[in-house]
Design a protein around this ligand. Sequence first.
Ligand SMILES: [Zn+2]
Length: 189
Amino acid sequence: MSKFEHYNIVLKDLNNEIKTLEFELDDAYFKKIDSPEVQRGKVNALVTVQRKLATYELNFKLEGIITIPCDRCLDDMEQPIHHKEKLQVKFGQQFSEEDEIVIVPENEGSINIAWFLYEFIVINIPIKHVHPVGECNKTMVTKLKKHITHQKGDESEEDDILTDDDDFSNEDTQTDPRWDSLQNISDNN
Ligand SMILES: [Zn+2]
């Protein structure tokens, strides 16, 4: 049986009542998902499922925290997760996903939400996520700053060398018009 069996929602047996499900997304869940972005966390996911004619409406409410490395100092930081999402699910021939509509195979009659839950968590992570001001690991920040400055220094040296070479080759093959006019001036004097 699949390691995500617990996140499988059988839709075909649902009547018109709203079904409420609750999931605790903890370290074990993130370990099973096995994605590098988030490896630890504690997020509560409340899922309601309601059949509306041929469509099943899934509403998700995620609340909690995840632990991810800070962009500035690389130490762990806590990222709060508050997320609401809605999915429309329909039966069809094979699995497909388009905007908010998910098609699941009719012969299975169920949807597995393990990966959807993970996606909803990941879109909550800001592109730049850092500790609040003053809470970064100071030793690490100092080390990183030195490292970055050093790297930049090396790069600009290389750039300078390349630029010099370019200038030389330019001088060899063609004359700078500004240089011509300067020469004219000196010739006239
Ligand atoms: Zn930090």
